[in-house]
Ligand binder design. Structure first.
Ligand code: WT7
Length: 633
């Protein structure tokens, strides 16, 4: 979508309505932003003081050992104190925390009181399995409320969670469990997607057999399908909750601000996914604050973030951010167009959703079905819209704005990453919008676009996107690999965080994110590494070498194209291509399946043996091949 974004660089401006300004938590972005930059310690200290701490921090920012920054050091809290416990003492105990609809239309609702009860039960179960403060529990689930309960139960007892997206498959799950050395896995018998059964437990069993740390598995019954239960290892959740110990009370552990809340694995330049580490204190303060100001969250709202809790968007803005604000969050299990393309619009009408936050790929996908589907529904409850995951092309932006928001709802195009924990570049409701631009930095965030020497580029020129100061919810490290944390994000510019994206800045200081600079491909907003796909391909017995690239796609943003060199004696065929696609799906997950497999005799490489993906891409797109001086003859 980059081409469209860039051609629209000088675009129309959409100004907020008086009504939006009157309602907004922050009416003057500029002065509040300036304040946050002038004195970050005072700014964040004041905001953090609105939360419950069992001990107040000694220092807001500890920058004594860069780039290992710490926040609110010496302070003690637990994100669950603030996301759940404190609401129980107010009228919000009776407020809905979660409304959930299954793909086949079943509805479940949980007040804050009920949510707490579920978390306590789950926490007691985890404790009875020997989970202790500091352990890492892997969670591999479909999009059901128990996923949220399990995450919060871990946090409550001081264990970290590592959620693996339910769309991932055997190898992706196995290597994440392995890296985290989890002893306990929480999963389900299966899930539903477009009416089809997904065999989650079967995938989990195969993943467990590939590694050796799992001792206990908690299994939620979701589909009722026949599954294997390993004696002495696997336990049904509905059996466990009958144990007397489960109904005991359970205290929320008071933790150090910097204790690990979760690991979330994400793709980078090498085959091994990076375990991004987030902690209780700073993440809590930042996710709550960003959500409050960007989506102007109020008690009356019914807020819907349509992502999956298994990605950072879900962690920060389905689970923690909304609960920290005492909001009512809606969650939907299934596919957007199931059984018909009006599913989302029907739910917005049914539940009176006021804020919708989704990804450009979903917008483009639903746009294809035409205006008649949304027009059949009353969408007048909506007041704010959001976008995340990749640049939104102006055409999709305008459809979202006109047809879904009915020219009434500002669109918050939020740029951020797994690593950043929360929104970094984003409008506020009062910000004049330009379709395709994530606009301006959030409070306390200093960003710039620089050249390879770290000097700011001219306005309008493409450069490298950097963040110049630490922020509360920044990643603390890569799990078990602090060296990689340093080299990946800080090596090139020293004190500036390198995000891995290219961008431009316009004359008004608006940031236009262009896309990834590294070998990461965004497919339907999901982040995948070329190296992961390539290693899945070479793990097939017929393949000698493989290269994966991303090519533009109208709905998905990008799709994966693979170039495969077969082993001697293997012959290319349609069947083999299909078998390879299936193999990648089985190893990583359906989202990683290459759209096309090209069998080749040779792969372009540098003299040092690196595959030149850039060249493959240029050839596929019919573009100039650029500098070929390093190409091996
Ligand atoms: C990468 C991070 C953070 C939530 C989901 C993605 C791209 C994200 C935008 C946006 C342009 C965006 C960037 C970034 N990206 N939001 N609003 N405009 N690009 O998290 O999987 O860690 O991916 O997504 O390339 O680096 P993630």
């Amino acid at each position: 979508m980059n081409e469209t974004t860039n051609s629209n660089f000088e675009s129309d401006v959409y100004y907020p309505s008086q009504n939006t300004i009157d309602e907004a938590h922050c009416k003057d972005y500029e002065s509040m932003y300036k304040e946050s930059i002038r004195n970050p310690e005072a700014f964040w200290g004041k905001i953090a003081a609105e939360f419950y701490w069992s001990k107040i921090w000694d220092k807001v920012i500890d920058d004594s050992n860069p780039p290992f920054y710490k926040w609110f050091t010496g302070g003690k809290t637990n994100i669950v104190f603030n996301a759940v416990d404190r609401h129980l003492k107010t009228w919000r105990r009776n407020k809905l925390a979660l409304i959930w609809e299954s793909e086949d239309g079943e509805v479940r609702t949980y007040s804050y009181f009920a949510l707490n009860r579920e978390i306590v039960k789950f926490a007691n179960i985890l404790k009875s399995m020997g989970v202790e403060r500091g352990d890492i529990v892997t969670i591999y689930m479909p999009r059901i409320p128990e996923l949220v309960f399990a995450m919060l139960a871990c946090a409550k007892i001081g264990a970290a969670h590592s959620v693996v997206y339910g769309g991932f498959s055997v190898e992706a799950l196995a290597e994440r469990i392995e890296d985290a050395e989890s002893k306990v896995l929480v999963t389900a018998d299966g899930g539903f997607m477009r009416g089809k059964l997904i065999n989650l437990k079967e995938i989990a069993d195969e993943a467990i057999s590939r590694q050796g740390t799992i001792e206990h598995v908690v299994v939620i019954k979701r589909t009722g399908q026949e599954i294997h239960m390993e004696n002495g290892r696997d336990y049904w959740y509905h059996d466990l909750i009958k144990l007397p110990v489960v109904n005991q009370s359970c205290e929320t552990e008071s933790l150090d601000s910097e204790e690990m809340l979760f690991i979330l694995y994400t793709s980078g330049t090498t085959g091994r996914p990076k375990g991004i580490v987030h902690t209780h204190g700073g993440y809590m303060v930042y996710t709550a604050t960003t959500l409050k100001y960007v989506f102007d969250l109020k008690d009356e709202d019914r807020y819907w973030c349509a992502a999956d809790p298994g990605w950072i968007t879900g962690h920060s803005y389905i689970v923690y951010g909304p609960l920290l604000n005492g909001a009512t969050s809606f969650m939907y299990e299934g596919a957007p167009n199931y059984p018909y393309p009006n599913r989302w619009w029907k739910m917005i009408e049914n539940y009176g959703i006021t804020i919708l936050y989704t990804a450009p790929t979903a917008i483009r996908g639903l746009m294809r079905f035409g205006n008649a589907w949304p027009n059949r529904h009353d969408l007048s409850s909506l007041r704010m819209l959001g976008s995340v995951g990749e640049p939104i092309n102006p055409e999709a932006w305008k459809w979202y704005y006109n047809t879904i928001g009915q020219e009434r709802c500002p669109i918050m195009d939020t740029w951020w990453q797994t690593e950043t924990g929360g929104f970094m570049i984003t409008p506020l409701p009062v910000t004049p919008l330009k379709p395709g631009s994530a606009t301006l930095p959030f409070f306390g965030i200093e960003v710039d676009v620089v050249d390879t020497d770290g000097n700011p580029v001219q306005n309008g020129e493409e450069g490298i996107l950097v963040v110049k100061k630490p922020w509360p919810s920044m990643l603390r490290t890569i799990y078990k690999d602090p060296e990689r944390y340093k080299t990946q994000y800080w090596n090139r510019f020293g004190t500036m965080y390198e995000a891995g994206d290219s961008a431009r800045k316009d004359k008004d200081g608006y940031i236009w994110v262009i896309g990834r600079l590294d070998d990461v491909i965004k497919v339907s907003g999901y982040r995948l590494g070329t190296a992961e796909i390539e290693s899945a391909l070479v793990s097939h017995s017929a393949v000698a070498e493989a290269a994966a690239i991303g090519l533009p796609h109208e709905v998905k943003g990008n799709t994966i194209h693979a170039y495969v060199l077969l082993k001697a004696g293997q012959t290319p065929s349609e069947q083999l291509a299909e078998a390879l696609r299936h193999h990648v799906g089985h190893e990583i997950g359906p989202i990683a399946k290459p759209e096309k497999i090209n069998f080749v005799e040779v792969l372009p490489k540098t003299r040092s043996g690196k595959i030149m993906r850039r060249l493959l891409k240029a050839r596929a797109l019919g573009l100039p091949e650029g500098d070929k001086s390093t190409l091996e003859e």
